[in-house]
Design a protein around this ligand. Structure first.
Ligand SMILES: C[S@@+](CC[C@H](N)C(=O)[O-])C[C@H]1O[C@@H](n2cnc3c(N)ncnc32)[C@H](O)[C@@H]1O
Length: 347
């Protein structure tokens, strides 16, 4: 299929499936919050294990405390940071086609919903969704966006689950009968996983949504490296602040990183097809984390996040390995970003 195209029509949406008639929800039924208490208490143990390994690294899920979430919001508005703007443009143009592909009375499950901007775009177009399940590790942002969505869509149940989506998870079911479950994973967040982790994550999603279920997923495409590197090394240094915030957060829990002795740098590593968010130690130093110490050579770096860029064919193959079939995709005119719809099973 050529870029920007899709096999579905943009014709007016069909009316609801007559078999399922939804009764109005009362106020208590509209929003449910389930806290699985993702284990942030292990921050030190994970940090020490990552920093003592041969390739020093820290888990990117720790970026998103309240300050990290706000810094990310600012990043999405930077002129250099094309992914959010490009994905939102694709959504604006094609969301009705996406809604038609998903069909009526679906349960939407979003992984890492954040402030829910893209969620709202999708829900505005969905045909009588049976319910919406939001999963996020950051409890504050999750609760705020669940309440906001419940107010905005008065006749749809919102279930917010505070959980780590990299861990095994059972999905809560909305009260209303649902035609199918469709997961939503925008923002090219899938690119934060390595190839094998991404396939394993897709397998778990396929299992969660079950036969007949689907996944709408945003992927950042391969492009000129200068465009990508500018996006992750912005002139104002907001991405640098976002990256260093992970060390500040560790300091709040008893580490003693000198933030001035680490420098942000995010090169595109061609062989891996990914941006690596790095924090480079400017000097030889020893850092205390709780009772442990970690040594750094001058110039040695910590990798805090990967951001993989994909060819469409490569992503289609990963989806296939996980038990999904790519049925539709929508892209911008430069093929910088794609929103793909995957279905479980099928030929
Ligand atoms: C980059 S933001 C993306 C927000 C939104 N989906 C978008 O595309 O604009 C990532 C979100 O995922 C959440 N997140 C990151 N790692 C997570 C994990 N392991 N489990 C659950 N949520 C996670 C963060 O708290 C944050 O809200």
């Amino acid at each position: 299929m050529p870029a920007g195209s899709s096999r579905v029509s943009d014709s007016p949406r069909t009316t609801a499936d007559p078999v399922i008639a939804f009764e109005p929800l009362n106020t208590e039924e509209r929003v449910r919050i389930i806290d699985l208490q993702p284990d942030l208490g292990d921050l030190h143990a994970e940090a020490i294990a990552g920093l003592r390994s041969a390739d020093k690294h820290l888990p990117c899920k720790y970026f998103y405390d309240a300050l990290g979430a706000r810094l990310f919001e600012v990043i999405t508005e930077l002129p250099e940071y094309y992914p959010t703007r490009t994905e939102l443009g694709i959504m604006s143009r094609s969301v009705r086609q996406m809604a038609n592909v998903i069909g009526s009375h679906a349960t939407l499950v979003e992984f890492g919903s954040g402030v829910g901007l893209k969620t709202r775009k999708l829900l505005d177009a969905l045909i009588e969704p049976a319910g919406c399940v939001l999963i996020d590790i950051s409890r504050g942002a999750l609760e705020a966006s669940a309440v906001e969505l419940a107010e905005r869509y008065g006749n749809m149940e919102v279930i917010a689950v505070c959980a780590d989506y990299t861990q095994p998870l059972r999905l809560p079911r909305p009260r209303r009968p649902s035609a199918r479950t469709v997961a939503y994973f925008p923002g090219s967040t899938i690119g934060n996983f390595t190839h094998d982790e991404a396939v394993r994550f897709l397998e778990r999603v396929a299992d969660l949504v079950g036969r007949g279920g689907g996944l709408l997923v945003g992927i950042d495409r391969k492009k000129d490296r200068s465009v990508v590197e500018r996006a992750y090394n912005d002139a104002l240094g907001v991405t640098a602040a976002f990256n260093l915030n992970i060390l500040r957060r560790l300091n709040e829990t008893g580490a003693d990183f000198d933030l001035g002795a680490f420098r942000h740098h995010a090169p595109y590593v061609e062989a891996e097809g990914r941006i690596e968010m790095r924090l480079i130690s400017e000097v030889a130093q020893t850092v205390q984390i709780g009772d442990a110490t970690v040594d750094f050579d001058a110039g040695e770096h910590i990798v805090t996040e990967h951001s993989h860029k994909y060819d469409l064919g490569q992503f289609e193959e990963m989806a296939r390995q996980a038990g999904f079939r790519l049925t539709n995709h929508w892209s911008d005119e430069r093929d910088w970003f794609s929103v793909c719809f995957l279905e479980v099973g099928g030929a």
